[in-house]
Write a protein that binds this ligand. Structure first.
Ligand code: C2E
Ligand code: MG
Ligand code: MG
Ligand code: MG
Length: 283
């Protein structure tokens, strides 16, 4: 009986695995087709100076419509990494976003570009040259580009990743630690990399004014960042109360649905033309 039960369990497990494998293969095939068919898009979320409300940068965020279904990046980036498709996809995002932001800057709008990196992308051959080429082609100055990394990336290939990022930093590109405070080694990361900016994870910002510990931790991260001479960006600002507290803490930059949602390039165009800060709508 035990054997029978055990056997059935194996069967159930195998069937489950099978479905999972099929789903992942389908996803991988769809990703490949989507890349060939230009089905990816880039959206841009404004980052503002919390004191002046001026837009300082836009963060590029990849978008995929699989048929008529929107697939969030977290649901396909893993498969894109596993299959290696992340490399051509990221290169396309890099070129596209550099080109758009260089155009906005050509209209005398002094904004920067923030770009999320994946570890497979950084360790791919010629990564540094690819970034240099995208800057040269678009005319975007290196100092206007910020590359965002998360500390999980240093778990494997730490040396290679650190040295690639240091090479880019030497070209004048800025580096940011995304989701700051969520990894186990945030402070060690600050010593390992020549970082210019930290982005406070929304899990802290969400608790502002509601949770004493999270409020205190946010205040501490803001102070730490500033003491180290870093630009501090608060991510995931959704409520006016969070904005007020961040301003009071002296946090200089912010991003979140309250300020502006990610938008297509056309949305950024009209934001630029009205020359209104997205924050003026909420003031
Ligand atoms: P991230 O870099 O931390 O990006 C911020 C995420 O928070 C974005 O989600 C953005 O849409 C969302 N967000 C912004 N403001 C708010 C807010 O006020 N409330 C809430 N609840 N969410 C907010 P998205 O676009 O789904 O991206 C998720 C993650 O996927 C990103 O986190 C980043 O790690 C990754 N990702 C996105 N685009 C790319 C890309 O082009 N390349 C790579 N390698 N990773 C990307
Ligand atoms: Mg990011
Ligand atoms: Mg983040
Ligand atoms: Mg994230």
């Amino acid at each position: 009986r035990a054997k029978e039960l055990g056997g059935r369990r194996v069967e159930v497990f195998a069937a489950h695995m099978h479905a999972d494998v099929v789903r992942r293969l389908e996803l991988a095939a769809d990703l490949q087709r989507a890349l060939l068919a230009n089905q990816f898009a880039v959206e841009y979320q404004p980052v503002v100076d919390l004191a002046t409300s001026r837009v300082t940068a836009v963060e590029a965020l990849v978008r995929w419509w699989r048929g008529s279904t929107f697939v969030p990046p977290q649901q396909f980036l893993g498969a894109a990494e596993d299959t290696g498709l992340i490399v051509p996809l990221s290169e396309w995002i890099l070129r596209e976003a550099c080109r758009e932001v260089a155009n906005w800057r050509a209209s005398s709008w002094d904004i920067g570009l923030s770009l999320n990196l994946s570890s497979r992308q950084i360790t791919a051959p010629r990564f540094v040259e690819t970034v240099e080429a995208a800057l040269a082609e678009s005319g975007l100055p290196a100092s206007a580009l910020t590359l965002e990394v998360i500390e999980e990336m240093l778990v494997e290939d730490a040396e290679e990743i650190t040295s690639r990022l240091s090479e880019l930093r030497a070209l004048g590109v800025r580096l940011a630690i995304d989701d700051f405070g969520t990894g186990y080694a945030s402070l060690a990361f600050l010593r390992q990399l020549p970082v210019d900016m930290i982005k406070i994870d929304p899990s802290f910002v969400s608790g502002l004014g509601r949770d004493e510990t999270l409020t205190l931790l946010t205040r501490t991260i803001v102070r730490l960042g500033h003491d180290l001479g870093l630009i501090v960006v608060a991510e995931g600002i959704e409520r006016p109360e969070q904005l007020e507290l961040l301003r009071e803490m002296g946090c200089t930059r912010g991003q979140g649905y309250l300020v502006a949602r990610p938008m297509a390039a056309r949305g950024v165009d009209s934001l630029m033309r009205t020359s209104l800060s997205p924050l003026q709508n909420t003031a």
